[in-house]
Write a protein that binds this ligand. Sequence first.
Ligand code: TMP
Length: 212
Amino acid sequence: ARLCAMKRGALIVFEGGDHSGKTTQCTKLIHAFESAGEKVKLFKFPDRTSTIGQMINNYLGSKCEIEDHSVHLLFSANRWEKQPRMMELLESGTTLIVDRYAFSGVAFTAAKPGFAIEWCKQPDIGLPRPDLVCFLTLDTEAAAKRGTFGGERYERTDFQKKVMNNFEKLKDSTWKEIDADKSIDDLHKEILDLATTTMASVAQNPIEKLWM
Ligand code: TMP
């Protein structure tokens, strides 16, 4: 074993369908780790605060049109602009909780006509690879109970079905599929357990890169 090796942080990503509770669970996880004295930070994609993020926000709110390939690259650029900071934090031992990541990027664009998964993956190749992807699933009935979709682009049942189908094609060994049809607290306990185990097990491993 290496001596004096510093513990790196874990990269923990949340993906899943709309209304699956991703954002609620990210917040609860951050709070739990903070109260336990762990170094953690929340990231959310798209990050709507940057210049690129504002373009994406306008696109999602249908305030402008952006050509499909072009907007795909903007979503990716919105992750790359955060990559240096993410690497710095991970290397200095901070665990990152990330609400959506490159998998959403691929799954959403590939749900549009004429977009192949392989093409969609290219711009995100080389981003830090998550150590754990919490993939929250809800069957259609359970999802319907959580209310109707909002007015943003992509919030349509037929489109979301294609997106969920694409997520299935992106799963690898770092994915944990979690049935989100349970109470917020039960779901939190399950996720906290997974996240804690992941943090301990990756501390001495190098940060890998996505899709390489
Ligand atoms: P949000 O509701 O989590 O803020 O995400 C906004 C929408 O953007 C959601 O419909 C998913 C979609 N999206 C993409 O199309 N590509 C991406 O790369 C990301 C991160 C999200």
